[in-house]
Design a protein around this ligand. Structure first.
Ligand code: ZN
Length: 386
């Protein structure tokens, strides 16, 4: 492990096997992160519609920024010349940059993957670019995030086994090269476990990635087109292999409270997703037990706040009627207030999970937490940070 991060398990998973959830604290150069934790996504070095003060107020202790997007625009070298990503975006708390692998595969055209790296076309202007493990590492070092992630080769969970096997083995080779290329001592680095839905490939990937002294382990290749049952079975096959591993486990791309709760129960510490913010911008407010669609005509005369006990910017100052008006008029303030609310709800939900873990009541509190999380449709679950 680098000296850039520490991970202290405060309440380990109980030995009776009732849950694999644990309470911990991850410390990186710009601050400490209590886990289980959710990371809002700031794709273009901004969490859409929010001022950094809003991001802090909703309770975020770490955000994710996208390496692929920032490499293409404004360019990692420009960000470095301007003092690094924290100064550039006015956020002085922890930042994780992803590997860029997912966006290259999901957004870039062309995409010629060979053992050396991946060649792709920019989704912005069609220009041709190449990421290698060494280059993706250098880009993240220039951005100066607290946590960098090794370049991987993600594939859709339902891909044929031979395709998943090939990408999983390539991810292992690229993980070693990324780790060797990483030089910044004030930046931690996580590696990514792949392997699709196949327990054997997952085990092979865990063995290869966990052997490298990364600061944390990402579980990739999920939150895609798999069902919740397939995802949970994959976690049940993967996380126990890491039972004695002292590092944080980060499930990439998952963001609905209901899904995160089940993943925490299976031993996951960190999450990220654009989901809470994206559904907010569609006028869907998450509330205990479900959601409120502000476009519904019945809210046009409703003087109540979105959620009476919510401390967010929207609920403190405004009625459902006003928010219904803002969304009808497509006013920009509506997007900001809705995003503040959904992120407050999501981060408060993670805080409730941590409180239950701290008091040793997590298994007993699960039914109550499941009720609060409500249900979201499968189509919402698959929204990723593209
Ligand atoms: Zn609120």
């Amino acid at each position: 492990m680098t000296s850039a991060s520490t991970f202290e398990i405060l309440v380990p998973a109980p030995e009776d096997g009732s849950t694999r959830a644990r309470l911990a604290r991850l410390t990186v150069p710009h601050g400490a992160i209590d886990t289980p934790q959710f990371m809002p996504v700031g794709t273009n070095a901004t969490v859409k519609a929010l001022h950094p003060a809003d991001i802090a107020e909703v309770g975020a202790s770490i955000i994710l920024a996208n390496t692929y997007h920032l490499y293409l625009r404004p360019g990692h070298e420009r960000v470095a010349r301007l003092g690094g990503l924290h100064r550039f975006m006015g956020w002085d708390r922890p930042i994780l940059t992803d590997s860029g692998g997912f966006q290259v595969v999901s957004l870039g055209d062309l995409r010629i993957v060979d053992d050396e790296g991946v060649t792709f076309r920019s989704h912005l202007d069609g220009s041709v670019h190449r990421f290698t493990p060494e280059h993706a590492t250098a880009v993240q070092e220039a951005l100066g995030s607290d946590i960098a992630v090794a370049l991987d080769h993600p594939v859709t969970p339902s891909s044929p086994r031979s395709v998943v096997a090939d990408a999983t083995d390539r991810t292992s080779r690229w993980a070693e090269r990324s780790f060797r290329a990483h030089e910044r001592t004030d930046q931690a680095m996580f590696g990514i476990v792949q392997g699709g839905l196949d327990p054997e490939l997952r085990a092979r990937s865990v063995e290869a990635i966990a052997a490298i002294p990364f600061d944390g382990l990402c579980i990739g290749g999920l939150a895609g087109d798999e069902t919740a049952a397939q995802r949970e079975a994959t976690l049940d096959a993967t996380v126990p292999l890491l039972a004695a591993d002292p590092r944080p486990r980060y499930l990439m791309g998952l963001g609905s409270p209901a899904d995160m709760l089940e993943a925490v129960d299976r031993g996951i510490d960190l999450f990220d997703s654009v989901l809470p913010a994206r559904v907010a911008r569609n006028g869907q407010f998450w509330v205990p037990g479900g959601r409120l669609n502000i476009r519904n005509t019945r809210y046009q005369d409703d003087p109540e706040p979105i959620q009476a006990d919510c401390p967010c910017l929207a609920c403190r100052g405004f009625s459902r009627a006003y928010l219904a008006h803002l969304f009808r008029a497509r006013e920009l303030l509506g997007y900001r207030l809705a995003t503040c609310h959904n992120l407050t709800f999501t981060l408060d939900f993670m805080a409730r999970i941590r409180a239950a873990l701290r008091s040793g009541t997590f298994p007993a509190t699960l039914p109550e937490l499941r009720l609060r999380a409500g249900r979201v449709s499968d189509s919402e679950v698959v929204v990723q940070s593209a």
